[in-house]
Design a protein around this ligand. Structure first.
Ligand SMILES: NC(=O)c1ccc[n+]([C@@H]2O[C@H](COP(=O)([O-])OP(=O)(O)OC[C@H]3O[C@@H](n4cnc5c(N)ncnc54)[C@H](O)[C@@H]3O)[C@@H](O)[C@H]2O)c1
Length: 266
């Protein structure tokens, strides 16, 4: 199937690692012209070089307004517009309710929530101007059903749904859609770069919750419980995201879509 992404300018925030890198790779393979924006500038440059063509790498912290705007401005300058923006950055600081610190709250709010608003604000402008826009936020199963031990993270992922819904209604008449893609656990595979699961707070709380001794046991237990008997992969997320970026998905707006094999978090 031709997703009709050839030549379309796209920016992936958090595009240098994990799920974001997979999304960037799939969009590039489908012909999109890519900006990879990530706090890890070196990793962004390495991926841009691997993708080849005219892929652009930008160092960017999504919680900083000027840096997000700069990514959008550079994309517009380089590719003549911005039609696709994916916000994949999301921190996963896990803690039981009594132990949640001000830092957990502030950091998560700044990156997961404020960062997503900043991306929406900056990206929608050139999308409106060009009459075509696809905004995709990477949410989480914890944004479809709250996760115990992850109140702050869950709240930040539910937040994305309100944001996407409102943006989709506001910008829809200009040909812009905004949707949230909610994966279940995506575990690091092989030599993949660091992912969410390298966060020790997430591993500790998840193991305590499932009453298992370590990450491997956690992974096995959750896979055995999933109706598909496997975990979500970065590819599962990337292909749905690519479809949502396509003109073929123009009538899918302000939606939250799970990628979870039928399983939801605990
Ligand atoms: N991995 C999972 O199990 C899983 C499950 C559900 C949802 N998610 C969501 O998917 C998204 C990606 O997860 P991942 O596991 O690939 O994450 P990851 O830890 O690999 O991070 C992705 C990228 O974000 C970059 N980044 C971190 N902070 C940043 C900032 N402030 N500004 C710009 N870039 C920043 C990192 O450098 C990295 O390249 C997140 O939103 C996460 O909440 C992940």
């Amino acid at each position: 199937m031709d997703l009709q992404l050839q030549g379309r300018p796209a920016a992936v925030f958090g595009g240098a690692g994990g799920i974001g890198a997979r999304i960037a790779t799939v969009l590039a393979a489908e012909g999109a012209r890519l900006t990879i924006a990530d706090r890890d500038r070196q990793a962004a440059e390495a991926l841009a070089a691997r993708l080849g063509g005219d892929a652009l790498a930008c160092g960017c912290d999504v919680s900083v307004r000027d840096e997000v705007r700069e990514v959008v401005n550079r994309t517009v300058e380089r590719f003549g517009g911005l039609q696709i923006a994916v916000q994949a950055v999301g921190l996963t600081l896990a803690n039981w309710l009594p132990d949640i610190t001000d830092r957990d709250i502030d950091v998560t709010f700044n990156v997961n929530m404020k960062g997503s608003i900043l991306v929406a604000q900056a990206a929608v402008e050139p999308m409106r101007a060009g009459g075509y826009g696809r905004l995709v936020f990477i949410g989480s199963g914890s944004g479809m059903k709250g996760s115990a031990g992850m109140a702050v993270y869950s709240a930040s992922k539910f937040f994305l749904r309100g944001l996407a819904h409102a943006v989709g209604l506001e910008a829809g008449p200009a040909g812009v859609t905004a949707n949230v893609v909610c994966p279940s656990d995506v575990y690091p595979e092989g030599d993949e770069p660091a992912m969410t699961w390298h966060d020790p707070t997430l591993v500790r709380i998840s193991c305590e919750k499932e009453n298992v001794p370590d990450f491997e046991a956690l992974r096995k237990r959750r896979i055995a419980r999933n109706p598909a008997r496997r975990a979500c992969t970065a590819d599962d997320v990337a292909w749905l995201t690519a479809f949502l970026c396509s003109p073929l998905a123009g009538y899918i707006n302000a939606q939250t879509i799970g990628v979870n094999g039928g399983g939801l978090p605990t």
